[in-house]
Design a protein around this ligand. Structure first.
Ligand code: AMP
Ligand code: MG
Length: 433
């Protein structure tokens, strides 16, 4: 990397990415719990310790289709010395065995069926002469065991998976399909989880057109609403799309009012110098707002504060910059961790890896650069290829990227062939590498 502190830029008025992150995160805590049907809780964080009211499996049962026998009765069985047993019962999965196994008796038994009393060992069909008997038209009222199995073979003991009263899942666990299944195995219909945050999304700007409208000169479609709402969904929040507020006080007030029941308000645009007056005025009237310059590129300007809602509520507000890539990068660095924390998650940082750059990343003015890159793996090495023009308006360059390569503040360029740290955008926080 090419070092160089001599950019000649004053950064005294700029917050470091870490400082801004800490100031934002101080406002966010896990939300309260809700109880909901099992399947709807997928991806949420468990808000209770779950103990098992039952044993799993509830009874000794067979791991194979075969014969339930007493080990004593098959001791010494082998090809030259088969053991002949009388078949005195039959038990399928879901049935209670009728009677018990004693002496030289056996029960025909299916996988998952309770092991009858008296039996301690399961002999699979393939270790008996069952197939041969059937082929020769002989009945199955007796059977020959061709092989001795150890005592307890193919018996799944009661409580093998879960003992009664055992702590099966701890509060704080993220519910994946496996945990949803485990809860189902306990017979749980509903579960307590930390609720999902509702995130109000508001685009601002006189130039914005709603998707679906015919193109108009000097207007652009509002893409930020979509990238932000999709990002909210992706990290587990519930978007509350407020639409587009025009750059006037009245419209801004009206649109904001629909967002005051939310857990977080995210706006886009109106925070860069020269064009933010309306947003600033409205937000100052309704709460406290700070306008920050963060030492990063893209997404230098960021507004953060709280707005007052009904009943003394205070809603944190993140005012993201308007350029579509800046919006997404600022969301990634600040909004996503905030939402994850509200969800009760503790791993807030995307997995990152070291990759070899395949094109230079320039740092013109001593900010931390988040460069859009496409990461590929060849052999054991990750490579990061910048996805073309890095202007913060070039949203398609974000679409081609699966990572953000970091060029540190005090490094003026990372060249091709050098190593960079890359935040992986498509990997969630649970991935460990
Ligand atoms: P501003 O911060 O209002 O000056 O906006 C910065 C840039 O982002 C301008 O080029 C805007 O046209 C653009 N922009 C603002 N809002 C959106 C949006 N919702 N979708 C796409 N581009 C936007
Ligand atoms: Mg604007």
């Amino acid at each position: 990397m090419t070092g160089g502190h001599g950019h000649g830029h004053g950064h005294a008025d700029m917050l470091s990415v870490e400082d801004a992150f800490e100031r934002v995160m101080a406002y966010f805590h896990p939300l309260e719990a809700e109880e909901k049907p099992l399947l709807q809780a997928l991806g949420q964080v468990l808000a209770e310790d779950v103990q098992s009211p039952i044993r799993i499996p509830p009874m000794d049962n067979s791991a194979m289709d075969g014969y339930a026998v007493r080990h004593e009765a098959i001791a010494g069985a082998g090809d030259g010395s088969p053991k002949r047993l009388r078949v005195t019962g039959q038990v399928a999965a879901g049935q209670a065995p009728q009677g018990r196994v004693s002496g030289d008796c056996a029960f025909r038994i299916m996988t998952g069926a309770p092991v009858p009393e008296g039996a301690d060992t399961i002999v699979p069909f393939e270790d008996t002469d069952e197939v041969e008997r059937v082929q020769r038209g002989l009945g199955l009222d007796e059977i020959q065991v061709m092989r001795e199995l150890p005592p307890g073979a193919h018996v799944r003991p009661a409580g093998e998976d879960v003992a009664e009263g055992a702590l099966v899942l701890k509060g704080g666990t993220v519910l994946r399909p496996a945990e949803i299944g485990v809860l189902g195995s306990l017979g749980r219909e509903r579960v307590k989880v930390i609720r999902r945050p509702v995130v109000a999304i508001l685009a601002t700007g006189d130039e914005l057109l709603e998707v679906g409208a015919p193109p108009e000169p000097a207007k652009i479609y509002d893409s930020n609403t979509y990238s932000m709402a999709a990002s909210v969904l992706r990290c587990g929040g519930v978007p509350n799309v407020l639409g587009i507020a025009r750059d006037n006080l009245e419209d801004m007030h009206r649109k904001l009012s629909d967002g005051t029941a939310s857990d977080l308000l995210i706006t886009s645009a109106g925070v860069s110098k020269g064009d933010y007056d309306i947003v600033k005025d409205v937000l100052m009237e309704r709460g406290e707002i700070n306008f920050w310059s963060i030492r990063m590129r893209p997404a230098k300007p960021l507004a953060f504060g709280v707005i007052r809602g009904p009943e003394g509520r205070h809603i944190p507000h993140l005012g993201l910059p308007g350029n579509p890539v800046s919006t997404m990068v600022a969301f990634e660095e600040f909004a996503r961790p905030a939402i994850l924390r509200m969800l009760g998650k503790t791993r807030l940082a995307r997995p990152s890896l070291e990759a070899v750059l395949e094109g230079p990343v320039h740092n013109f003015d001593g900010r931390r650069v988040f460069a859009r890159v496409e990461v590929t793996k060849r052999g054991d090495t990750y490579y990061a290829n910048p996805t073309g023009p890095q202007g913060s308006n070039i949203l398609t360059s974000m679409s081609r990227a699966n990572g953000l390569a970091i060029c540190p503040e005090d490094v003026s360029m990372v060249d091709s062939g050098e190593r960079v740290r890359v935040h992986m955008l498509d990997w969630n926080e649970e991935v460990e590498i």
